[in-house]
Design a binder for this molecule. Structure first.
Ligand SMILES: [Zn+2]
Length: 285
């Protein structure tokens, strides 16, 4: 075998071991003082790509600035209107989102969008209705521009699944910080979604989540930190008083998944990396 052929065979049989943080609010001001240093540490820890979802229209320009400022890890924007900020959203923001989808080819997904029936103040009937309107409108945009979506769903899986079905949504995406049951998990997987798994996997009280991660095939799962929220347990213990989660902690979530599923860490890294690229239709870095 010639040297070149052997080299390419080795490359094929040993995919580069890297991680993708599929959900990190790296644009928020918690990271303003040391974003470059955190990015360098995340890169050194093996994180090669970070997806930054949007939440309010006023933050979108900052989101694009942050994505353009750092190249390692690759930072990719997923602008959208988050259901928890439903009071702030206006019709004009949907029009701006559509302009962004027309003009910004670097947009990887529409996010984070969805329904939140957990927070009392936003589940009053008129705000529930507004959440549904904005969710449907953003799914329609994702369909028009052929983008996957990043879903935020709390205590609302039935309605989210019903709306996806009614709209025949087929672009797929990620159900971030998955909190539903096993039947719903299977339903999302059938619809081309992956489940976003983060720090809660390392918490003692997350029995249901661990049962779902155990039961679902590895191919249905992707990793996320949701930084600056949801600090993984090992980093809480190691850093007393620490209040900020960070993309550099993603390896501990991969390790927790490997332990739980009784699989080699390298396999968890390779498969979740490949699934993140596939669902977001991204080329490898
Ligand atoms: Zn989020």
């Amino acid at each position: 075998m010639c040297r070149l052929a052997r080299a390419s065979l080795i490359r094929m049989s040993q995919p580069p071991l890297a991680l993708i943080d599929t959900h990190c609010h790296f644009d928020v001001d918690d990271f303003d003082a040391d974003r470059v240093e955190v990015a360098a540490r995340a890169w050194a820890a093996g994180v090669d790509t970070i997806i930054i979802p949007g939440y309010v229209a006023v933050q979108w320009s900052r989101l694009f600035e942050v994505c353009a400022a750092i190249s390692r890890p690759r930072l990719l924007p997923a602008p959208g209107l988050h259901p928890c900020y439903i009071r702030q959203h206006e019709q004009a923001h949907l029009e701006r989102l559509e302009q962004l989808l027309q003009n910004r080819p670097e947009i990887v997904a529409v996010g984070e969008i969805g329904l939140d029936y957990y927070v009392d103040e936003i589940k009053v009937p008129e705000l529930k209705e507004k959440q549904l309107d904005f969710f449907r409108a953003q799914l329609a945009l994702a369909m028009r521009y052929k983008k996957p979506v990043i879903l935020h769903v709390r205590k609302a899986h039935q309605d989210v699944i019903r709306v996806l079905h009614e709209m025949r949504f087929s672009e797929g995406g990620i159900v971030h910080a998955y909190s539903g049951g096993i039947e719903e998990a299977r339903h999302y997987a059938k619809r081309g979604f992956r489940l976003g798994i983060g720090g809660p996997l390392t918490y003692d009280q997350s029995r249901r989540l661990r049962a779902i991660v155990t039961a679902m095939p590895l191919e249905a799962l992707v990793l996320e930190t949701d930084a600056p929220d949801m600090i993984p347990l090992p980093h809480r213990i190691a850093g007393p008083g620490r209040t900020r989660n960070s993309p550099e902690f993603l390896p501990s979530i991969a390790a927790a998944m490997a332990e739980l599923k009784n699989l080699p860490l390298a396999e968890v890294m390779a498969v979740t990396h490949a699934q993140s690229l596939a669902v977001l239709r991204l080329p490898p870095l």
